[in-house]
Ligand binder design. Structure first.
Ligand SMILES: [Zn+2]
Ligand SMILES: [Zn+2]
Length: 243
């Protein structure tokens, strides 16, 4: 599969010195995908068919419904509900017609199956996943091609643990075997150094709350708890991975 490179956003992301520039890029990707489904595209029959078929995950339906674009969301919900209803029709009839516990159990099971299927394939998650693949691949690719990028990545702040492990997985397909090993070692070295830095900051934050340290400097650790959580878990994760 040919992967489209995203050289400029990845370079800009790395230069931003963020705790995880993939998280930042995914935030942008999410914003972009949400505004797509809030814009004129919902009038497009092809888009509507896709929405009726796949819909969105809970998080993304919520983001859409709270975005102050009532009309577009009403239009999508109208036909999405109708599609859902027709997909579940058989199961609903079975629920209504159950005459004994065995039939009721069977009907509940088949209704659950319809619901589980319906909750897969969120269109916003899918769009984010596509972008994520390109950002991860481009990061590996640039590391293999450009020594300046390699140095900048080594002296950067690393990634959140979620994107770090996805990056390592991507490297095996994006780089040659020789580069793959060097890449894994180099980014892991950077990651470990940065995890230690965050751990130190969080630790100082806990100390700073002790009365004997009240007058001491925060040393830039006022937001260490947030950075620690972001580093451990990542932000703007794809909640409904296609893989
Ligand atoms: Zn991240
Ligand atoms: Zn989603």
């Amino acid at each position: 599969m040919k992967i489209e490179l995203e050289t400029i956003p990845v370079w800009d992301g790395l230069n931003s010195k963020s705790e995880c520039f993939i998280c930042d890029l995914m935030g942008e990707a999410q914003k972009h995908a949400v505004s797509f489904y809030l814009g004129n595209s919902v009038m497009n029959p092809e888009t509507r068919v896709k929405v009726n078929e796949h819909g969105f995950c809970t998080k993304h339906w919520q983001m859409l419904s709270t975005a102050n674009k009532a009309q577009g969301v009403a239009l999508m919900s109208d036909t999405y509900l109708a599609t859902t209803r027709s997909k579940a029709e058989g199961a609903i009839n079975a629920l209504l017609g159950a005459k004994n516990p065995r039939q009721a159990k069977k009907a509940v099971l088949s209704f659950s199956e319809v619901m589980e299927k319906r909750e897969q394939g969120c269109l916003i998650c899918t769009a984010m996943e596509e972008r994520l693949k390109r950002y991860l691949y481009t990061t590996c690719y640039l590391w293999g091609e450009d020594p300046t990028f390699r140095e900048a990545l080594a002296s950067g702040k690393g990634f959140c643990l979620h994107h770090f492990h996805l990056l390592l997985e991507t490297a095996s397909v994006a780089l040659s075997s020789a580069d793959y090993v060097a890449f894994v070692r180099s980014v892991t070295q950077t990651e470990v150094e940065n995890l230690d830095r965050i751990a130190k900051d969080v630790s100082w934050m806990t100390q700073k709350y002790k009365s004997e340290n009240m007058d001491k400097s925060w040393n830039g650790c006022e937001d260490a708890h947030k950075r620690g959580v972001d580093k451990m878990t990542g932000r703007h994760r794809v909640t409904d991975p296609v893989r």
